[in-house]
Design a protein around this ligand. Structure first.
Ligand code: GLU
Length: 478
């Protein structure tokens, strides 16, 4: 039997980090076993599903490199299958029409609440006679379809992450609604039911999803049995938690994969981080790997039961590893849109070769791609913004004469190179009888406005190539 797994997002929001992490585990498991990874869009909630969310989900999965082998399949295009399956259960007496009104259900719930009982349907329409049914229909009531759940049943499965799991039928809330009400026939089929019909139809062998679906699994197992299908294996993955140990939410500043992209994380860094959210390699000191490398090692034995805490520092660190080791042309491709978003333009000699030199200059200092905006601002604006320290540096004694010396030396240069720049500094040290440190600090303050920053000679060369060094030096002495 070859492995077939799926990710089944609902397009009621952008691709969420939790769903994406579940997709990662599905992907790794499929690749580990040479199986298939299937994408299914669960868009049966017509009111909340939107095509732009579907687009966001598809592009997010692609961006992360989680390429699927089959699909996307859309549940909204498969309604006939679900209706057929509902009909099958009705024909076999495993499901029935329930005419209980919402007022009656509310009253039932109130009574249960008053007795401190958990809300559950009392299965009152399980065994209606044909006459009773006709009478309800004559009243104009429409019927939902309910699936019979045996209270005495014990549902047991061996979860690949959590081990032996067991649920009592009596804890499932009574006979469950599998299709909404409709005046004629069968209304909209509901989540727990359509998932099972699809997973059977798509021959899913392993259902890997978040632990918030555990109660659904108990119900779904009963549906597999009723539909006469083989029950797949289940793996419930741990939730992602914030620093306080609560389920990660929007309030933690973490939402969708597209937000992480906007925050300047690379796809490789983020997907690597997600593989570590609840899983570790057999050699747990090994933390940097591609999806393909992680897939070789991935097993559920190494997936934690406990929730996985989201750790921004670790994500930053991993991201910086990818940024620092990325080939310059690739990093330049990623930074160009980041600069564009910041409003920087590539005029006045800021052509590709110059941009690549700039990228080489700042790459080692980047953590997130967006850090490049602040770090390279001085290369995209004409004037300099002086920091307090930069300004103090320029006011020190001897600085003006030093800078004047540099300007004069520069005038005799046809083209500045790393060697000639060093030569100019040496010459000024000698002529002005000042320390090299003073020359370097003054030059940096004049050129960049600050006393800290990336390699000075390289920065100078870059500014020289776009004609900004001389004006800034002149400005500093005036
Ligand atoms: N559509 C469900 C969700 O977004 C997926 C359920 C499943 O994986 O079975 O949570």
């Amino acid at each position: 039997m070859s492995v077939r797994v799926r990710i089944a997002p609902s397009p009621t929001g952008n691709l969420h980090i939790g769903t994406a992490r579940t997709a990662v585990f599905n992907y790794l498991f499929a690749r580990h076993h040479g199986g298939k990874f299937i994408l299914r869009i669960e868009d049966t909630d017509l009111e909340r599903s939107r095509p732009e969310y579907t687009d966001n989900i598809l592009s997010g999965l692609r961006w992360l490199g989680l390429n699927w082998d089959e699909g996307p399949f859309f549940q909204s295009q498969r309604l006939h299958l679900y209706r057929e399956a509902v009909q099958k259960l009705l024909d076999q007496g495993l499901a029935y029409r329930c005419y209980t009104t919402s007022e009656e259900l509310d009253a039932l719930r109130e009574r249960q609440k008053a007795r401190n009982e958990a809300p559950r349907y009392d299965n009152r329409h399980r065994n209606l006679t044909p006459e009773q049914r006709t009478a309800f229909e004559a009243e104009g009531r429409s019927a939902v379809i309910r699936f019979k759940i045996d209270d005495g049943r014990e549902i047991v499965w061996n979860d690949l992450v959590r081990g032996q799991m067991s649920w009592r039928g009596s804890d499932l809330g009574g006979d469950m609604v599998i299709a909404r009400a409709s005046a004629e026939g069968i209304g909209q089929p509901l989540y727990n039911f359509v998932v099972v019909v699809d997973d059977i139809d798509m021959q899913i062998t392993h259902v890997i999803r978040g632990e918030d679906h555990i109660a659904n699994t108990a119900k779904q197992i009963l549906l597999y049995e009723a539909l006469g299908a083989k029950i797949p294996e289940f793996a419930h993955t741990p939730l992602i938690l914030n620093q306080e140990g609560r389920k990660l939410s929007k309030r933690d500043g973490v939402t969708s994969i597209s937000d992480f992209e906007k925050m300047g994380f690379t796809a490789e860094g983020l997907v690597n981080y997600m593989t570590l959210l609840g899983w570790s390699a057999p050699d747990s000191t090994q933390e940097i790997f591609t999806l393909e490398a992680a897939a070789k090692e991935f097993t559920f034995e190494r997936v934690n039961k406990a929730g996985a805490k989201f750790d921004w520092d670790k994500l930053d660190w991993l991201n910086s590893q990818y940024v620092h080791h990325m080939p310059v042309d690739q990093l330049t491709d990623l930074l160009i849109p980041v600069w564009e978003t910041a409003g920087y333009t590539f005029s006045g000699g800021r052509e590709r070769p110059w941009l690549e030199q700039l990228v080489s200059l700042i790459a080692a200092s980047l953590t997130r791609l967006v850090d490049a905006v602040a770090m390279s601002k001085m290369f995209f604006t004409d004037g300099v913004e002086l920091t307090e320290e930069g300004s103090a540096q320029l006011q020190q004694e001897g600085v003006k004469a030093t800078l004047q010396g540099i300007i004069t030396a520069l005038e005799n240069q046809s083209e500045l190179s790393a060697d000639s720049a060093q030569e100019i500094i040496k010459q000024v040290v000698k002529e002005q009888k000042v320390k090299k440190g003073l020359v370097m600090r003054s030059l940096r303050a004049a050129l960049t406005g600050d006393v800290h920053g990336p390699d000075l000679i390289q920065s100078w060369l870059l500014l020289n190539q776009i004609g900004l060094d001389k004006p800034r030096l002149n400005q500093a002495i005036n």
